[in-house]
Design a protein around this ligand. Structure first.
Ligand code: NDP
Length: 512
């Protein structure tokens, strides 16, 4: 099926919902580089969203009944489909989000790898198992299993329109849930393509993964539609609104929010490698990366060399939408305004612009800022642009203290040749993920959980924790043999409690 046919399928299927629920309003998604229309999508209202979730409920039951092997087989078919059509999907990501085709390929690769891992590890992580019943219930067998929640609502951002939502979708599906996904209004075509691909690859469970499109109101309606859990990825202000809406129905939430990730460059770091990683971590995807590096704290011993290395590398970068461009336009025009504001605030508060600092239309020049006070918006708030602040610190301890002083705590990086020192700093970094001597690597390790602390949210996608996130633990005991004395009966002998107290004294009483 060609891209055009896919999109027809997409709008046709969405229109099915539209017709059923009389939603006639539509919106366009556009190419951020050219303004060309990429697709036209329905604005699903609250009634349409609720109907989609109701439609997904029986699908969730049927999907769960397929069991781990049945689901794995279908998730494999899905990832096979995505892998075969990688260029087609990457082209759509490039057109709708603006990132270079090669970066879109990288993003899709990660999503496919997570799909494979989630399908392959769901049984081991979630399947029924016997656990020790302990002393007090020694005559019982005890069982634990992780059951699906039903229909999961997924609300995703536009910056990684495949990888980010798939971190919830793949794990929710592998755990036995159906999914209703609301992509960002800036990337509905990618979301709709993913759902169309599902229908093509998994024809016997088409309703297990559905998409609704629209603006914030559509997302808010999904929060109120009676889903078993709402997995939200986006900014903290929207996250607060999502939590408030979900609180009305006590719908549990997963919050994957923004970051202000730091890199610590210690005295003994490989400075060239650190600079290379910092520039990639800060500028790739035009800096629109939740786990992008936004601040660097380099010790006095390496600061000058680090700044020189960064300067050299930044000179090689160019924003644009042609094949040779290193990164694309800002996906949203308003994000360019945020960058402008942060650069202006940095300069007004005594910072220096080492490189860039200019914004032309939607293109932000690769920007490096020095000597920016910690109180400046450029250091405190998420910039989400191709910018980097570099600060000189006395030592790694000061770097860590400054890193941890930020209310965000998504991820970060440490560069040091000393394994022990680096691991110690990584452990003490107040973040959900840290990579040592590289950036962003944890996101490509499916076995590792992904999620933040503080303003960066809570809950985890990826890995075993990511599978469990979309389940409820179910505990069962089964009496194997009755005991001669049943303590939980009104007919227990009067002396039973004394006997129990004596046993407890023998077993636990010796501990001081
Ligand atoms: P937003 O918070 O603006 O939007 C996120 C999603 O929420 C969009 O689909 C949006 O829809 C939807 N939405 C908006 N209003 C509401 C509402 N009232 N109720 C329910 N849903 C609503 O974030 P962005 O799309 O701008 O994404 C960028 C942010 O995402 C950054 O802060 C970034 O750091 C963070 N992020 C975090 C990641 C993580 O894993 N921790 C990964 C990737 C990004 P619409 O677009 O239609 O308005």
């Amino acid at each position: 099926m060609t891209l055009a046919e896919q999109m027809d399928t997409v709008t046709g299927a969405a229109a099915g919902t539209v017709d059923r629920h009389a939603t006639t309003e539509t919106f366009e998604s556009t190419d951020p580089a050219t303004g060309a229309v990429v697709g036209v999508f329905p604005v699903h209202d609250a009634e349409a969203v609720r109907a989609t979730v109701e439609h997904a409920r029986p699908a969730a039951v049927a999907w769960a009944a397929l069991g781990f092997d049945g689901r794995r087989q279908r998730l494999n078919a899905y990832r096979g489909y995505l892998a075969r059509r990688m260029h087609e999907l990457a082209d759509l990501v490039h057109r709708e989000n603006g990132k270079p085709h090669a970066d879109a390929i990288l993003e899709i690769t990660l999503a496919i790898d997570h799909l494979a891992w989630a399908g392959a590890h769901a049984r081991k992580t979630l399947g029924p198992r016997k656990v020790s019943a302990g002393m007090l219930a020694a005559n019982h067998a005890a069982y634990l299993e992780y059951q699906p929640l039903g229909v999961i609502g997924v609300i995703g951002p536009w910056n990684y329109p495949v990888f980010t939502p798939m971190g919830s979708i793949a794990y929710a599906l592998a755990a036995g849930n159906a999914v209703v996904f609301k992509p960002s209004e800036h990337t509905p075509a990618v979301g709709a393509w993913l759902a169309a691909a599902w229908r093509a690859a998994v024809p016997d469970a088409v309703d297990a993964f559905q998409v609704v499109t629209g603006f914030g109101d559509t997302g808010a309606a999904l929060c109120r539609a009676g889903v078993g859990k709402l997995a939200f990825t986006g900014s903290a202000p929207t996250g607060r609104r999502v939590m408030a809406a979900c609180a009305e129905t006590l719908t549990p939430v997963l919050m994957e929010l923004g970051g202000k990730d730091a890199m610590i460059v210690d005295d003994d770091a490989d400075v060239a490698a650190a600079a290379d990683a910092a520039v990639w971590g800060a500028m790739s995807n035009a800096g629109q990366t939740c786990i992008g590096i936004e601040r660097v704290y380099a010790t006095g011993a390496v600061y000058d060399r680090f700044v020189t290395e960064v300067t050299e590398r930044v000179r090689e970068l160019r924003a644009g939408s042609d094949d040779a461009a290193t990164y694309g336009p800002m996906t949203m025009p308003s994000q360019a305004d945020v960058v402008r504001r942060h650069v202006a605030d940095a300069v007004a508060s005594g910072g220096r612009v080492l490189a860039g600092g200019t914004v032309e239309g939607r293109y932000v020049a690769p920007t490096v800022l020095l000597d920016v006070p910690e109180t400046s918006a450029a250091v405190r708030e998420e910039t989400f642009g191709p910018t980097l602040t570099i600060s000189r610190v006395r030592d790694a301890e000061e770097a860590l203290a400054r890193t941890n002083a930020n209310p965000h705590g998504l991820a970060g990086a440490v560069f040091s040749r000393s394994r022990e020192r680096a691991m110690d700093l990584a452990r003490r970094m107040r973040s959900g993920m840290t990579s040592v001597n590289s950036v962003l690597t944890f996101a490509s390790v499916p076995a590792l959980p992904f999620g933040g602390v503080g303003e960066s949210g809570f809950g985890r996608i990826h890995g075993e924790d990511g599978l469990k996130e979309f389940t409820r633990a179910k505990a069962i005991t089964r009496q194997r043999v009755p005991l001669p004395v049943n303590l939980m009966s009104f007919r227990r002998p009067a002396a039973a409690a004394d006997a129990l107290a004596r046993v407890m004294g023998l077993v636990h009483g010796r501990h001081r």
